[in-house]
Ligand binder design. Structure first.
Ligand code: SF4
Length: 1021
């Protein structure tokens, strides 16, 4: 493809920039052009003051004429956790992002995506009106992704290191030099006139135990905790510093404040508590989509792709979907008739609905018998199945047996190995070792069986689930969730009428105190129809190319002197209480339960308990916390009412926040370190799920960051700050000899690009290496600016291949590889767990009770098992608060002005019947009261909400982040009411008095933050 460059305003007139579009929209463009009504002459008579396009394409010949004043950087959007590939148009002269749309190669932004071998210039043509391709190949950013660029130039951005003046949280800051920041953070001292504060050098002791009486807690280096945000492609760098080099076990992302209950439900179903895999539907081919606790098209993940494919399915009629949600969202459309349905439900009770469905499905034989009855992978394959489950495995259900709760092993009966489970052969009715069974086994069985001279009760896993579901009648389930019995039955009937092309999906809407079992129940529906790995069924995603994991060019996780984290995290996750010294000590003198604080042996990424553990100094005191890319003071329901604890330096002496803004969390810290913002940093990531092919998305600095730079010339950011801290402390894995290549030769890690460009090289060379980028690819995407950095860091043979990956915004397997016949190409291999033995093995550390091993209905509870409804009876607390997601705003985007213009505030959504009863109308002000807090908001009366529920969109009601007065030395920031508009639901969050110390309400199995279904009352203001 030949590209021409011309004067672009001329080019615009000559061939019609974005040719056909401009001509067809002339009158509209004229109308919107600045000054038309004021008599001002616009820049261009045809296109008005619209941005000049990046290129024009001759409608006759397809010739691409590039605009020399712009480049188009394919990269990554991190304005929400969907992590879409975007295409940022940048002005070469001003170095400003002009506009953001979707990366046409990226499956999260378009369907179908362009093939990876299409050159950049051809991607321009494919997106133009040439031969009508433009609409077909349209690739978009959502409204949030479009407007997030406003954040880059927000005058409230932190551009220099800041140190607090006066007490914590007072909002007074002094700008300090980078050198002072490094010196004080590393060396400590009497930093605030409040006494000695240990710096990172003193804290890093990887040998001495924190507590010699409890050596399992690990070394003193664990007294630094790094509390981070979502996997935005930079987390592994922070982990290299905190875990692999500094030697702290205390490193977490934000999962425990986001979708941990959903992830836990899938971890149980998929039998992997380490990697926490999860599933999403094959949206393109499923025919019945049941969504519970997520709002595709409004929020959820991947937000934009779900919305696109749902809209398409709605218009073509190839899918019916039902959204179960207390609040009606944009996911539904009346115009699509019966193809989309909103089903209101009482918050926190989805588990009752689903267990009612499960009961009906099993009672009526509507489950997939062929799938469920296969006892092992070989039998499943022989039967033509693409996955299998443990539905037929025998579970010991005898409280008198030491084996109670375990799955019976074949060696106990002398019929096989200790690794093999026992099943009842369908043909003979006899117990056989599961790995020796060569055909289907019985699905239902509840008998006693002789094990070592004792008759013990056993049941198949499916029988255990069935018996659990039968503990309540459909009428009781209906009463609990507010969904009529006939609707529960109809949903179960419908769900089981589409074969393997019915899917049940969930996400963060299960963040409630019974959230884990709710999520396990919802995802269990997929096992009952056997849809895993099938076209139109559920998928674990296509995976990613090697990047951080040892890759073909460099090993990014191995280096001389690497330490790694040891011991117990401050959140008590992934470690059973029964292995602690505290347990052993208490057991010697009597009942070891309750523990002095809750333990969460199955949890991962438990951010809320990192904060609470630090504030409670349990199981040990923290000396420093580093927050990055996260805002738990705003995002953790119930935390903001207890800020006096965070402000007490005796609890945690040193708080550092790396952030672009003075968020609610940053405002409570001792130091704020500026960070780069989206489009300004390097990153390497992959979609969470919901795509079927292999995808690695990369981000790289499309524009320069505005903040102060380090002596090496890099903007101060998480990466440059940690590199300089590490080098000052002589930590391993940083400096001149840090990253081994495939031959073992060590390469430097002195600047952010030293890490990311080598990681991109791994992506480029994984499997068959990508092609080389040519000059044209590099010029059109602005990588020509980058050529010196590529040459400085990479080997000659790597430079153009890395440039190819960067120019395309990542590496993407062809979507043609999505399927093999009726199945998915990328399959999840392990069996689905109808009964999860690991779950059943662990106990609630507050009560000593064992967790139940399969899905079940439990109403919202405190950690000690007491029902919330007993403490907060409906007579006194008649409403339930529920958090909903905005399609515009999230916790970090309030500084995007265009988003605020679209949605300036949130409202208190209330059902019309409730409003009538209370004499309230839209626009009235209402005070919400929970046991922990109050807030005043504006009512919006609507029919699209469950009666008795108040819905509040997340993302509004900030009290820091620009909403309050603040000083940076001489610079005074005045409060901006645009940032504080609306209500932050998390300020109304509850505590849990059934546990000692500082608390927020949590899921009783995993400790995930509980923010849905908060009991409340309302008062008219
Ligand atoms: S859904 Fe929107 S905000 Fe989220 S990553 Fe994609 S484009 Fe960005």
């Amino acid at each position: 493809m030949k590209i021409k460059r011309r004067n672009f305003v001329k080019g615009l007139g000559a061939v019609g920039a974005l040719g056909v579009f401009a001509a067809g929209s002339a009158s509209t463009l004229k109308a919107v052009s600045k000054g038309w009504w004021a008599g001002e002459k616009p820049v261009d008579l045809l296109a008005g003051n619209a941005l000049p396009p990046e290129c024009s394409v001759d409608p006759e010949t397809g010739e691409v004429i590039a605009n020399p004043d712009q480049y188009v950087a394919n990269g990554l959007c991190t304005a929400c956790t969907s992590l879409c590939g975007i295409r940022a148009r940048v002005d070469r002269k001003t170095n400003q992002v002009l506009r953001v749309s979707g990366n046409p190669y990226h499956p999260l932004s378009t369907a179908p995506a362009l093939d990876y071998d299409v050159r950049i210039s051809d991607s321009f043509k494919a997106m133009s009106g040439f031969k009508g391709q433009g609409l077909e190949q349209r690739s978009v950013a959502c409204s949030r992704g479009n407007a997030a660029l406003d954040m880059l130039a927000d005058p409230k951005r932190v551009l220099t290191p800041l140190k607090r003046v006066g007490s914590r949280g007072a909002g007074q800051w002094e700008p300090i030099s980078y050198e002072q920041l490094l010196n004080e953070v590393v060396e400590g001292g009497n930093l605030f006139g409040e006494g000695q504060v240990d710096g990172l050098r003193a804290i890093r002791d990887t040998k001495t135990p924190i507590d010699p009486n409890a050596p399992e807690l690990g070394p003193r280096s664990n007294q630094l905790a790094m509390i981070n945000g979502f996997k935005n492609g930079r987390l592994s760098f922070a982990k290299r510093f905190g875990v692999l080099s500094f030697g702290s076990k205390n490193f977490t992302g934000h999962r425990g404040n986001c979708g941990l209950t959903m992830r836990g439900g899938y971890a149980a179903l998929l039998g992997d508590w380490k990697k926490y895999p999860h599933l999403k539907p094959d949206y393109s081919n499923c025919e019945y989509y049941l969504s519970i606790g997520t709002a595709p098209g409004n929020a959820g993940n991947p937000f934009k792709r779900q919305a696109m494919l749902l809209a398409e399915a709605r218009s073509t009629g190839k899918m019916k979907y039902v959204i179960v949600d207390p609040v009606q969202s944009n996911s539904n459309s009346l115009a699509s008739g019966t193809r989309s349905e909103w089903l209101p439900i009482t918050p926190g009770t989805d588990g009752a609905l689903v267990m009612g469905m499960i009961r009906w499905i099993i009672e009526n034989g509507r489950y997939n018998e062929q799938f469920l009855s296969q006892p092992n992978a070989a039998a499943a394959k022989q039967a033509g199945e693409l996955s299998w489950s443990n539905a037929t495995h025998l579970v010991v259900t005898d409280s008198s047996s030491p084996l109670d709760g375990t799955i019976l092993r074949a060696d106990a009966l002398g019929i096989g190995s200790a690794e093999s489970m026992v099943v009842i052969d369908q043909a003979s009715g006899q117990p056989v070792a599961q790995d020796r069974a060569n055909g289907p086994a019985r699905l239902f069985y509840a008998e006693t069986i002789k094990v070592k001279d004792q008759q013990i009760a056993v049941k198949t896993a499916l029988q255990v689930l069935f018996d659990e579901a039968r503990k309540q009648t459909l009428a009781e389930y209906s009463e609990a969730c507010g969904v009529p019995v006939k609707t529960i039955v109809r949903l179960a009937q419908e769900f089981t009428s589409y074969g393997r092309r019915a899917v049940a999906d969930t996400h963060g809407g299960t963040m409630q105190s019974n959230g884990f079992y709710t999520a396990y129940s919802i995802v269990m529906l997929n096992a009952l129809v056997g849809n895993l790995n099938w076209k139109g069924g559920m998928s674990s995603g296509g995976g990613r190319y090697a990047d951080v994991k040892p890759g073909p060019r460099y090993n990014m996780v191995k280096f001389p002197g690497k330490v790694g984290g040891k011991g117990v995290t401050i959140s008590r996750q992934d470690f059973p209480y029964e292995k602690t010294s505290e347990y052993k000590r208490k057991k010697k003198t009597g009942n070891p339960y309750p523990a002095d604080g809750p333990w969460f042996p199955l949890a991962a990424g438990l951010q809320p308990e990192f904060v609470l553990g630090g504030l409670n100094s349990y199981p040990y005191p923290l000396k420093a916390v580093m927050f990055w890319n996260t805002n738990p003071v705003y995002g953790q329901s119930g935390l903001s009412n207890q800020l006096d604890k965070l402000r007490d330096p005796k609890r945690i002496p040193l708080l550092i926040c790396i952030d672009s803004f003075v968020s609610e969390t940053a405002a409570e810290c001792d130091y704020i370190v500026p960070d780069t913002s989206l489009y300004e940093y390097f990153a390497s990531t992959t979609p969470w799920s919901g795509t079927l092919t292999k995808i690695s998305t990369v981000g790289w600095p499309a524009v320069d960051a505005p903040q102060q730079t380090t002596p090496a010339g890099d903007p101060i950011s998480m990466e440059s700050f940690l590199i300089d801290v590490a080098k000052r402390m002589d930590l391993p894995g940083f400096g001149d000899k840090a990253i081994p290549d495939a031959d073992g030769k060590l390469w430097p890690l002195n600047r952010p690009q030293d890490w990311y460009l080598r990681l991109f090289a791994n992506i480029a060379f994984d499997g068959k290496p990508v092609p080389d980028a040519n000059d044209e690819d590099m010029n059109l995407t602005g990588l020509d600016r980058f050529a010196p950095r590529l040459a400085e860091v990479l080997k000659p043979e790597e430079q153009r291949k890395v440039a190819y990956v960067m120019s395309h915004g990542g590496r993407f397997e062809s979507e043609k590889e999505s399927y093999q016949a009726d199945g998915l190409t990328h399959k999840y291999k392990a069996p689905m767990q109808i009964y999860n033995e690991t779950l059943a093995h662990h106990r609630n550390s507050m009560t000593g009770e064992r967790f139940h091993g399969t899905a079940r209905w439990i109403p919202p509870v405190f950690l000690n098992g007491d029902k919330l409804s007993d403490t907060y009876p409906a007579a006194k607390w008649p409403f339930k608060l529920v958090s909903s997601k905005s399609q515009f705003m999230n916790s970090g985007t309030i500084s995007a002005k265009r988003l605020r213009d679209l949605k300036p505030s949130n409202e208190l959504a209330m059902h019309a019947d409730d409003a009538r009863r209370l004499g309230v109308k839209s626009g009235d002000r209402l005070r919400l009261v929970t046991a922990s807090g109050e807030a005043v908001g504006v009512v919006s009366v609507r029919d699209g909400i469950m009666p008795g529920v108040i819905g509040i969109e997340h993302g509004f009601g900030h009290w820091r982040f620009g909403a309050d007065a603040m000083s940076f030395g001489q610079q005074k920031l005045t409060p901006d009411s645009a940032y504080s508009a609306g209500v932050a639901i998390n300020r109304l969050g509850l505590t849990d008095s059934s546990r000692p110390g500082v608390s927020t309400l949590a899921d009783f199995v995993l400790g995930a933050n509980a923010r849905n279904g908060l009991p409340a009352r309302v008062e008219k203001v």
